[in-house]
Design a protein around this ligand. Structure first.
Ligand SMILES: C[S@@+](CC[C@H](N)C(=O)[O-])C[C@H]1O[C@@H](n2cnc3c(N)ncnc32)[C@H](O)[C@@H]1O
Length: 277
């Protein structure tokens, strides 16, 4: 992408965004010099960031295949969908079920411009601009209401996004979304974690500085476990998602493990899991 944005877009090319930095890590070209410089700085503290991003994207493909192919879900809300890349959620899902409905949600203007051009390719797909933290507003969006039937199970994806928002918003958005889902719905959550406090602090500070506060924090595995409270976590459980039901894809091995994407897949039980014990 050239380093000048179309005049009608409220895009500040001098301020890195999480979406475009992730695009840099995935080898995409929807990013600016500011994003590339920020990624270089990030990789000083977290040199495995490229492999981590590629592995996260592979997890997203595997988990969508599982949701549609094994859990027979045919409607998906992808919170913080990111820039279009190869094998986007609706493409993976519709390969298994051409009727699968997918709503992509993001608040980054470039995601929306590129997404509408590349993702919104059939009637069963919508790309909408919304703050994923505003659950009521998001779920009552006309396109969400048109495509998603909340009386039936659906999948809510929060893949590599909760670290973009603060603790209160992250917890509230998962809780409020889960509260709207029919039993049998699938919730997928993963986010950046580290057991090294130095990595957590340095990356969180860097990302806050770079994105002018448009970020949350690197958390711990325990923090992420808490998001799954009341849900029925499915095998293989919660862990580094690069190891979640791996298949035969040849993926770059992470050279270091200073941080990982940690999480997994859970079902919404008919009775909240905590009250069944
Ligand atoms: C690291 S990318 C993850 C993309 C995709 N989910 C994946 O795993 O490949 C995080 C995405 O979340 C989006 N995002 C961050 N905060 C958001 C918010 N409050 N509402 C909607 N999207 C948000 C960013 O714009 C970015 O596209």
């Amino acid at each position: 992408m050239s380093d000048s944005a179309p005049a009608q877009n409220p895009i500040d090319v001098t301020v890195p965004s999480a979406a475009r930095m992730y695009d840099v890590l995935l080898g995409g070209n929807n990013n600016f010099a500011s994003d590339r410089i920020a990624v270089e700085q990030l990789m000083v503290t977290a040199p495995n960031s490229r492999e981590l991003a590629v592995n996260n994207r592979a997890f997203l493909r595997r988990v969508v295949r599982t949701i549609v192919g094994e859990y027979n879900i045919d409607q998906i809300i992808d919170h913080g969908s990111g820039l279009p890349t190869q094998d986007n959620v609706h493409q993976v899902a519709q390969r298994l079920n051409e009727h699968c409905r997918v709503v992509y949600v993001d608040n980054d203007p470039i995601v929306l411009t590129q997404g509408r051009a590349l993702l919104d390719e059939n009637d069963n797909v919508a790309v909408i601009e919304a703050d994923m933290a505003e659950t009521d507003r998001l779920l009552s969006h006309p396109r969400v209401q048109e495509l998603i039937d909340f009386d039936r199970p659906l999948a809510a994806l929060f893949v590599s996004v909760l670290h973009c928002v603060d603790d209160q918003k992250a917890a509230a958005m998962v809780r409020e979304t889960v509260g709207r889902l029919a039993p049998g719905s699938v919730v997928v959550i993963c986010q950046l974690v580290s057991d090294d406090p130095d990595v957590r602090d340095k990356v969180t500070t860097l990302m806050h500085e770079q994105t002018h506060g448009q970020w949350g924090r690197v958390r711990t595995e325990d923090d992420v476990d808490a998001y799954f409270e009341g849900l029925d976590v499915q095998p293989p459980g919660l862990g580094d998602v690069s190891l979640w039901r791996p298949d035969t894809e040849v993926l770059p091995r992470q050279r270091t493990h200073e941080w990982t994407e940690y999480g997994g897949l859970a079902l919404v039980p008919a009775v909240p899991a905590s009250s069944t014990t």
